[in-house]
Design a protein around this ligand. Structure first.
Ligand code: ADP
Length: 636
C-alpha cells in the first residue's frame, strides 16, 4: 500500500522528535495518557449531553501493557475513538492546540540551524506536543482505533517521517490503542526502561497522577503459597496506578507548589512556572472551586488578537468548556486556570452560559479574589509584583481606562508608575503619601522615555520647586490618568497643562502683565503661525528654555501623538496648541524690539522658528522640514 505523506509542518516536528537528543523523553507516556483521558472525556460528555444510556463514568479506564520480547508498550482507552478520516486529520497533520504553539517556537528555532539547541529541546518536554512525542522513543507507532457507534476499526501505522498507512482492522470495543515499538538501546539511552513495571508505575505517578480515570496495569504481586508457612509466590494482578481525584479538589495542604506548577505546565501550555497560584472555593452564592494561575511571562501571542482569555469550566468534574470567557473580566485576561462548579448544567450552551446567573456570580467573586491576591502580592512581595506588572501592567491600565473608567476603583491601587523623585515604580497611594502639604495636584509628564521626559522644558520648573511627577512613557498612560481624573480626591495634572497651581501671586501677575502689554505682538505671532496654534502667551513657568507648547481642551499633545499612530492621516485629530514664551528669556526681549521697530518679516520668521523648536522638543514633527531648514538658513 502506498504511504501517505505527512503535511510539511508535521514532518518537521516529527523529524525533531525522531532526532531529539532531549533527555526527558519519558514525557511521551504522559502525552499518550492525556490523549486517552481526553478521548474518554469526550465520550462521557457526549453520553451525558446526548442522553446515551449505558455509559457510566466508572466504565472508563486506561490500560497500559508491555511486552518485553516484542519491545512494545501500549496505551489503550475505551474513549470516543477515531474513524479513518479522524486518523488522517488528527494524526496526519498538526494543527491543534499545544502542537500549534510548539510549531511557532520551532519555526523560530529552525531558522538558525538544524541542530536543536538545549532550549528548543526543553520546550519539547514542557509543552504538550502530543502524540508525536512517541517518536522520541519508538521505531514504529501503531494506532488501532474504533469510533464509538461505528463497526469498523482502523489501524494507522508509521515508522517516522516517510509517511503513514491506514488500513481496516478489528478491535473488540470502541476506543483507541497506541502501540509503540521501542528503539534499540544505545550507549546513551536506555529505552528498555519503558518495559519495566516499576519504571512505568513511577512515570504514571509522576506525570499522570491526577488523571481522573483509572490508569491500570498488570503488576506483579507476591502472596503466600497455599499450604505453606513462609513460602511466597508471584502472581499478576490488575492495579490502578494513579490517584484519580482532581488536583483542584484536594486540600491545599495536600498538594505541593511543585505539583500545582507541574499541573499548570501540563495543562496551560506554558513551560515557565506560574508566578502565583490562586485557590478559591465556595463563597456565598455560588458553589465552585477555582484553581487559578498568574503566568510569570506573557504568552508570545498575548498582545495579538489571537490571544483569548478564558478559564476551563467543569460542571461537577466534567469538562464542559475548554475556555470560558465569561468567567474573567478583560482586565484580568492574563489569568489561566479552571473553575469547577456544581451549580451548572452539563447541557449548557455558550449562549445560555453568558446569561447564566451562576457564571456571573462566580466571575464577580473571582474578580475580587484576583484583585486581593494581587494587592497582597504588592504588599508582601513587591519585587514579584513588579515583575508581574512589567508583564501585564498595561492590561490593568487599559482596564482602568476603558468603559469610561468604570473599573477605576477596582484597579487604581494596582497601578504602578515611575516617578521623578523615587526613580522607581510607585503606587498612586505612595505618591499621595509623599505629596507636599500645599500640593494640589498629582503631576504627570509624558514622553517616549524617562530620559526624554527629564529634558522637557515644562518639567524643569516643577522639578526645581521640588514637586514629584509620574512619568508616563506608555501610550496608554495619559489616557488612563485622564479617564481616572483623580485619585483620593487629588486631580491628575499634566505638566503641560495651563494651570499647575504652583504659580505665586507675583508670578501670575507678572505673566498677566506681560500678556496684556504684548497683546498686539502675540496676536500678530498667532496670525503668522497660520492656525497652527490657538494662542501665543507669556509664561513664567520656563527657566532656561525660550518656548514650549501647552494645549487647551481635553486632547493633549501626547494624546495627539498616540492617535496619530492609529488614525488614518485624513481624520487625525490635533491638540489645540498654545505657544508659551518664556517672559524672562532674552529672545522675548528681541521679539518685542523687532515688533516695535516694525520688522514684521523678522517677527514672522522668528515665530515660525520658535514654533518649530517647540514642536521638536515635544517629539512632534515640523509640518514642512524643508521650509524649516530654509528659515534657519535665512537667519544664518
Ligand atoms: P493534542 O492532544 O494537543 O490535540 P495530539 O497530537 O496529541 O494533540 O493529538 C492530536 C489529535 O488526535 C487529538 O486532538 C485527538 O483528536 C486525536 N487523538 C489522539 N489520541 C487519541 C485517542 N487516544 N483517542 C481519540 N483521539 C485521539
Amino acid at each position: 500500500m502506498a504511504k501517505k505523506q505527512f503535511k510539511a509542518e508535521s514532518k518537521r516536528l516529527l523529524d525533531m522528535m525522531i532526532n531529539s537528543i532531549y533527555t526527558n523523553k519519558e514525557i511521551f507516556l504522559r502525552e499518550l495518557i492525556s490523549n486517552a483521558s481526553d478521548a474518554m472525556d469526550k465520550l462521557y460528555y457526549k453520553s451525558l449531553t446526548e442522553g446515551i444510556s449505558g455509559l457510566s463514568r466508572a466504565d472508563f479506564s486506561i490500560q497500559i501493557a508491555y511486552d518485553e520480547e516484542a519491545r512494545t508498550l501500549s496505551v489503550s482507552d475505551n474513549g470516543i475513538g477515531m474513524n479513518k478520516a479522524d486518523l488522517e486529520a488528527d494524526l496526519g497533520t498538526i494543527a491543534k492546540s499545544g502542537s500549534r504553539l510548539f510549531k511557532n517556537e520551532a519555526e523560530e528555532a529552525d531558522e538558525e540551524s538544524d541542530v536543536k539547541n538545549a532550549e528548543d529541546i526543553d520546550i519539547i518536554g514542557q509543552f504538550g506536543v502530543g502524540f508525536y512525542s512517541a517518536f522520541m522513543v519508538a521505531d514504529k507507532v501503531e494506532v488501532i482505533s474504533k469510533p464509538y457507534g461505528e463497526d469498523q476499526a482502523w489501524r494507522w501505522t508509521s515508522s517516522g517521517a516517510d509517511g503513514y498507512t491506514i488500513k481496516e482492522d478489528e478491535r473488540p470495543g470502541h476506543g483507541t490503542t497506541v502501540i509503540v515499538t521501542l528503539k534499540a538501546d544505545t550507549e546513551n539511552e536506555n529505552y528498555s526502561k519503558y518495559l519495566d513495571e516499576y519504571q512505568l508505575h513511577s512515570l504514571v505517578k509522576k506525570y499522570s497522577n491526577y488523571i481522573r480515570y483509572p490508569i491500570q496495569m498488570m503488576v506483579t504481586k507476591s502472596r503466600k503459597k497455599e499450604g505453606t508457612e513462609d513460602e511466597y509466590e508471584d502472581y499478576k494482578d490488575l492495579e490502578t496506578l494513579n490517584d484519580m481525584s482532581p488536583i483542584w479538589k484536594k486540600q491545599k495542604s495536600e498538594v505541593t507548589d511543585e505539583e500545582y506548577s507541574q499541573f499548570y505546565n501540563q495543562n496551560f501550555y506554558d513551560f515557565n512556572p506560574p508566578l502565583k497560584i490562586i485557590r478559591s472555593s465556595t463563597e456565598g452564592a455560588a458553589t465552585y472551586t477555582a484553581l487559578l494561575f498568574i503566568p510569570s511571562k506573557a504568552p508570545f501571542n498575548y498582545f495579538s488578537s489571537d490571544y483569548k482569555k478564558g478559564l476551563k469550566l467543569y460542571a461537577s468534574g466534567v469538562l464542559i468548556m475548554d475556555s470560558c470567557e465569561d468567567l474573567l473580566p478583560d482586565f484580568f485576561n492574563f489569568v489561566r486556570g479552571l473553575v469547577d462548579s456544581e451549580d451548572l448544567s452539563l447541557n449548557i450552551s455558550r449562549e445560555m452560559l453568558q446569561q447564566d446567573h451562576q457564571v456571573k456570580v462566580i466571575e464577580r467573586v473571582l474578580e475580587k479574589k484576583i484583585k486581593n491576591e494581587l494587592l497582597a502580592m504588592l504588599r508582601n512581595e513587591r519585587e514579584k509584583y513588579e515583575t508581574f506588572f512589567g508583564e501585564f501592567g498595561s492590561q490593568l491600565k487599559f482596564g482602568s481606562y476603558v468603559d469610561y473608567g468604570r473599573n477605576k476603583e477596582l484597579l487604581q491601587d494596582l497601578l504602578l508608575f515611575y516617578t521623578s523623585s523615587e526613580d522607581k515604580l510607585s503606587t498612586l497611594d505612595e505618591y499621595v503619601d509623599r505629596m507636599r502639604e500645599e500640593q494640589k495636584y498629582i503631576y504627570y509628564a509624558c514622553g517616549e522615555s524617562i530620559e526624554k521626559i527629564r529634558q522637557l522644558p515644562q518639567v524643569e520648573r516643577l522639578q526645581d520647586k521640588g514637586y514629584e511627577m509620574l512619568y508616563c512613557t506608555e501610550d496608554l498612560d495619559e489616557f488612563t490618568l485622564k479617564t481616572m481624573r483623580s485619585y483620593k480626591d487629588k486631580e491628575f495634572r499634566s505638566v503641560s497643562d495651563d494651570d499647575l497651581g504652583i504659580d505665586t501671586e507675583e508670578e501670575k501677575a507678572e505673566a498677566k502683565k506681560a500678556d496684556e502689554e504684548n497683546k498686539e505682538l502675540f496676536d500678530f505671532m498667532k496670525e503668522a503661525l497660520d492656525g497652527k496654534v490657538v494662542a501665543v502667551r507669556a509664561t513664567t513657568r520656563l527657566k532656561s528654555h525660550p518656548v514650549f507648547l501647552s494645549s487647551e481642551g481635553g486632547l493633549s499633545i501626547d494624546m495627539e501623538k498616540v492617535l496619530a499612530q492609529q488614525a488614518n492621516p485624513d481624520n487625525r485629530i490635533k491638540a489645540m496648541k498654545v505657544l508659551e514664551i518664556n517672559a524672562g528669556h532674552p529672545i522675548f526681549e528681541k521679539m518685542k524690539n523687532l515688533y516695535a521697530e516694525g520688522d514684521k518679516d523678522k517677527v514672522t520668521l522668528y515665530s515660525k522658528l520658535l514654533f518649530g523648536q517647540a514642536l521638536l522638543m515635544e517629539g512632534l514633527n515640523v509640518d514642512d522640514p524643508v521650509a524649516f531648514a530654509n528659515d534657519i538658513c535665512e537667519l544664518m
